[in-house]
Ligand binder design. Structure first.
Ligand SMILES: Nc1ncnc2c1ncn2[C@@H]1O[C@H](COP(=O)(O)OP(=O)(O)OP(=O)(O)O)[C@@H](O)[C@H]1O
Ligand SMILES: [Mg+2]
Length: 606
């Protein structure tokens, strides 16, 4: 994911940000570190035993604190030395398993915690955030970035501790054998982590490009499958194949670049380690000849030196993992710390709302928009009234509804429901009281029954069926293969656009909200059925307050009040008859639509 083209602004993360994770799993980390230190101490035994064995076989004395102590402990018996060797290897095997369990479990728990917090946050964030954020990016944060933090907190953390301890212990062992030789070796060591870091960065850079290109290919393939009908109708197959070929070639190129650096890594390491061995053998050999070291010690030294290259390599990896993890944590913080302008708390406690709505002097401009979407809207809707919002496309109908639902906050003026400002009601209270049907319908891949009962606690079939009847979809559901138990969506039955809209309406009606906000949500339903549904809603007892928007004027001609919006302002308002008499936009558009229906021989438009 490229943060420069990011729609979510990243935050900066510091060590303080990882403290809560360490604290949450402190017992695991504590034991992990303890066992890790034990393993690192045990790592010293094999080189020591090798040097002691060689010296014992040659009848030479041992020097160095560790070697002499261990030799005294074994009584100089080769059999005992081998038994100690075997014991150390076994113990290491068990302890290595233990620390892996400690750290790897901790990293999985941490990843789970971050994913959970992230998902909760995404549900809490307001509509404004989603208008800017890209779905792909949000998904990538949940997978790639959480994974980078997971690696940092698990593998990265253990490598860091391991590297430090191991380095100190092995260095101590080497110094105990020969200070001068250790000094020469130490001169070559700092070089390694930087080379590792350099190569790791290159690998990471190319890996990112590979991932990005894979995303491009996947998106293209997905788009092709979704739009296969359009591609075939427009005879675009050759162009699409060519485009895919180009993308595939790029993918290959990026993979080859990555393979170059990946192939470089281990051969380079082997080369450096061999050079170090050569240096130690050359200088150490002279020390042995001069009698400053025994041959057993030199062999042990070389063995321990090989052990030392691991922490040097690991240090480079640790740095790279830390950098990636911190960058990802920063990006996640950008979302987790994103302010949610809506408080879930309410300052007033209302059991149920009756449905009186007051818009007074409402003005609103969308964030990042230069022109106002609504200007000075004042409107009162009494409980049980049906008010229709009509007007040309872009006149502000949906915006007014969104403000009532507090999907956005009003900038000037006020919206009150039953006398309470929508700002002081809790979001939960507000949205439970308002059944909102947006212009776009979304159904889940569940059964029809579960879809309708989505907002209910459990499935009450009586409520589900009543809602379906009100939305004029009951008969069609009964005709489905498994009726209300029919599965919808990807692996289930696909409904027509109008059926989907009526099913979604049934879902809203099942909640029996005192206020219904229907934003042009039945545009795919035939006008007669739309009118019948609206009539059904007015028979409900108690009658819900209905705010409905549409482009088909005759479907709302029975509404108690009709408001015509233009450019975010109220152009005219009244009952159907009043507006017709007025002879303005409404009367003109209504007659035009009526004429069109007659010409097309359409249904009776009343
Ligand atoms: N998310 C948004 N960000 C910025 N501007 C927006 C956004 N949504 C709508 N607008 C603008 O606000 C104005 C009112 O839009 P709105 O969606 O309320 O119109 P509408 O009356 O519902 O139109 P339609 O009949 O096409 O649904 C338009 O100028 C539109 O371009
Ligand atoms: Mg709209």
């Amino acid at each position: 994911m490229n943060s420069s083209s990011s729609s979510v602004s990243p935050d900066s993360a510091s060590l303080v940000d990882i403290l809560p994770f360490l604290r949450a799993y402190k017992v695991r980390y504590f034991f992990g570190i303890l066992v890790l230190i034990l393993v690192d101490v045990l790592e010293l035994i094999p080189p020591l035993l090798i040097s002691i064995t060689i010296d014992t076989l040659q009848g030479l004395p041992s020097s160095g604190v560790l070697a002499t102590t261990l030799r005294r402990f074994s009584g100089g018996e080769i059999g005992v030395i081998l038994w100690i060797f075997l014991g150390a290897i076994f113990l290491q095997w068990i302890l290595r398993y233990l620390w892996r369990i400690c750290f790897f479990f901790a990293q999985e728990y941490i990843a789970r915690d971050i994913r959970r917090r992230y998902y909760y946050k995404l549900l809490e964030l307001d509509t404004d955030f989603y208008t800017k954020a890209q779905t792909g990016e949000l998904l990538s944060l949940a997978s790639n970035d959480v994974d980078a933090v997971r690696m940092m907190m698990g593998a990265g953390f253990l490598l860091f501790v391991d590297t430090l301890c191991y380095f100190c212990f092995v260095l101590f062992l080497l110094i105990s054998w020969n200070v001068e030789l250790t000094f020469y070796l130490a001169l070559t060591l700092p070089f390694l982590p930087f080379v590792v870091l350099y190569i790791s960065r290159k690998i990471h850079f190319h890996f990112k490009k590979v991932q990005q290109q894979l995303a491009v290919i996947s998106a293209h393939a997905q788009e092709t499958f979704s739009g296969i009908g359009v591609i075939k109708n427009f005879l675009r197959e050759p162009q699409e194949i060519q485009r895919f070929h180009r993308e595939n070639q790029d993918y290959l190129r990026y993979n080859l670049d990555l393979a170059k650096y990946q192939s470089l890594f281990w051969p380079f390491m082997a080369f450096v380690v061999s050079l170090q061995s050569l240096l130690v053998l050359w200088i150490g050999g002279q020390f042995v000849q001069q009698g400053e070291m025994s041959s057993g010690e030199l062999v042990g030294f070389i063995y321990a030196m090989w052990l030392l290259t691991w922490p040097a390599i690991a240090l480079g990896w640790t740095m790279s993992m830390y950098q990636k993890g911190m960058a990802s944590l920063g990006r996640l913080k950008g979302v987790l710390g994103h302010p949610s302008s809506f408080s879930l708390e309410s300052s007033v406690s209302v059991v149920s709302l009756r449905g009186k709505i007051d818009f007074s002097g409402v003005c609103f401009t969308y964030p990042q928009s230069s022109h106002s979407a609504l200007e000075n809207i004042t409107l009162r809707v009494e409980p049980g009234q049906t008010v229709a919002l009509v007007g040309a496309t872009g006149s502000g109908k949906s915006t007014l509804m969104r403000l009532l639902l507090r999907l956005y906050s009003v900038q000037e003026g006020e919206i009150r429901v039953d006398g309470f400002s929508v700002e002081e009601l809790s979001l939960a209270q507000l949205r439970r009281s308002i059944g909102y049907m947006p212009q776009e319908t979304f159904l889940f891949s569940m059964t029809v029954e579960e879809n309708i009962a989505f907002g209910l606690e459990g499935v009450d079939f009586g409520v589900v069926e009543r809602a379906a009847r009100l939305a004029c979809i009951h008969e069609e559901i009964e005709a489905l293969p498994e009726r209300y138990r029919t599965r919808l969506g990807e692996k289930g039955v696909n409904l027509s656009g109008g059926q989907k809209q009526r099913l979604a309406l049934a879902r809203t009606l099942a909640m029996s909200p005192p206020i219904l906000v229907l934003d042009d949500c039945l545009c795919a339903v035939d006008p007669q059925t739309e009118r019948r549904i609206l009539a059904n809603l007015r028979t409900l007892c108690p009658r819900p307050t209905i705010l409905v928007s549409t482009h088909r004027l005759h479907t709302v001609q029975d509404a108690d009040w009709i408001v015509v919006l233009e450019g975010g302002q109220i152009l005219e308002q009244g009952t159907h008859d009043q507006l017709l008499r007025r002879g303005g936009w409404y009367a003109h558009t209504y007659r035009q639509q009526q004429l069109l229906q007659c010409i097309e021989g359409g249904p009776d438009v009343g």
